[in-house]
Write a protein that binds this ligand. Structure first.
Ligand code: 3PG
Ligand code: MG
Length: 367
């Protein structure tokens, strides 16, 4: 997992450094909801500036599909960055150019022009083989910034020798995004809890009806395999808070009746999951337990966030939604490590490596 760090760069004094950051922050009506990803890059920026470098940052922002689109301008990020890190320039959204996602060498050439050094601090994007992530280390002396190095140390170390019991709690909408990580984690953890909408595809695999709840029928067989692999380790919600055809709410479960839609875990599941969280030696949480943006369906996620924050074990929370849930309820202080990456943290756990890390290892200055 070794990657070159800032100390492995040639003397940055008087040099121009291209800093790839992940400033893909949540924004509503032009206002940043949570600036964690910007603040998280400050230690790297400060180190570079203290060592006499000029820092120019770049990031993707949303998914503008390879052409300029005002809605995805980095302007709100640029304004916040100017407050937090004066003197750092921010290039316009990398994904305004189709060369970014296509990893086009000509785009990499244009991007690195005029720069002496490259630093990747974009943990949240390092699972993408995009031009700005994997291209520059082939051309410039390169290093991982402080944030990237810390993420790799904590998440990479998770699988090495975790304090037991090692518990993973996964939620979110789509089981298809998480099959690989569930499979990998089942070999490592003592307990794997699955909540959120993706639990309904597991409920189907167990033979329950799920009504109008979100589900992925194509993945039922994959869930059956995971249930067989996981045995008693795999814990699913025993009850569900569901919305009825006339807007009424009721606790049902584990199945959901026709015409009803499960939108949060129920009280029994909440108590069970919180108990598991509170007795973990190591705890990894990714993904909300329900539609927590709607206060009617936030209770499961809030209770779990509280249990995670007060768990005496070593706690790691990964993913934009779970991190946002923690911040929203003022609980982020209680967690040992809030990862800035969702997909990236899952892929690092699943694969043990990321394209952005592999690229840094091949840089000319890497030992
Ligand atoms: C994220 O927000 O998950 C990262 O910034 C990566 O964004 P992407 O999923 O659009 O590549
Ligand atoms: Mg994402």
């Amino acid at each position: 997992m070794n990657v070159p760090t800032l100390e492995d760069l040639p003397d940055p004094s008087g040099k121009r450094v291209l800093l790839r950051a992940d400033f893909n922050v949540p924004v509503t009506d032009g206002k940043i909801d949570d600036d964690l990803r910007i603040r998280a890059a400050l230690p790297t920026i400060q180190w570079l500036q203290e060592h006499g470098a000029t820092v120019v940052a770049c990031t993707h922002f949303g998914r503008p599909k390879g052409k300029p689109d005002e809605r995805y301008s980095v302007a709100p990020v640029r304004a916040r960055l100017a407050e937090l890190a004066p003197g750092v320039e921010l290039l316009e959204n990398l994904r305004f150019d189709p060369g970014e996602e296509a990893n086009d060498p000509a785009f990499v050439d244009r991007l690195v022009e005029g720069f002496d050094l490259y630093v990747n601090d974009a943990f949240g994007a390092s699972h993408r083989s995009h031009a700005s992530v994997v291209g520059p280390p082939e051309r410039l002396p390169s290093a991982a910034g402080r944030l990237l190095a810390k993420e790799v140390e904590v998440l990479g170390g998770l699988l090495d020798n975790p304090a037991r019991p090692f518990v993973a709690i996964l939620g979110g909408a789509k089981v298809s995004d998480k099959l690989g990580v569930i499979k990998a984690l089942l070999d490592k953890v003592d307990t794997l809890v699955v909540g959120g909408a993706m639990s309904f595809t597991f409920a189907l695999a167990q033979g329950h009806g799920v009504g109008d709840s979100l589900k992925q029928a194509d993945w039922v067989d994959a869930c059956k395999d995971l249930l067989a692999q996981g045995g008693d380790k795999l814990v699913l919600p025993e009850d569900v808070l569901a919305l009825g055809p006339d807007g009424e709410l009721e606790v049902v479960g584990p199945g959901v009746p026709d015409g009803w839609k499960g939108l949060d875990i129920g009280p029994k599941a909440t108590a069970a999951f919180c108990e598991i969280a509170s007795t973990a030696g190591t705890l990894f949480w990714n993904g909300p337990m329900g539609l927590f943006e709607d206060p009617r369906f936030a209770e499961g996620t809030i209770a779990l966030a509280k249990a995670v924050a007060s768990s005496p074990g070593f706690t790691i929370v990964g993913g934009g939604d779970s991190a946002a849930a923690l911040a929203k309820f003022g609980l982020d202080e209680g967690v040992d490590h809030v990862s800035t990456g969702g997909g990236a943290s899952l892929e690092l756990i699943e694969q043990g490596d990321l394209p952005g890390l592999a690229a840094l290892r091949k840089a000319s200055n890497a030992s």
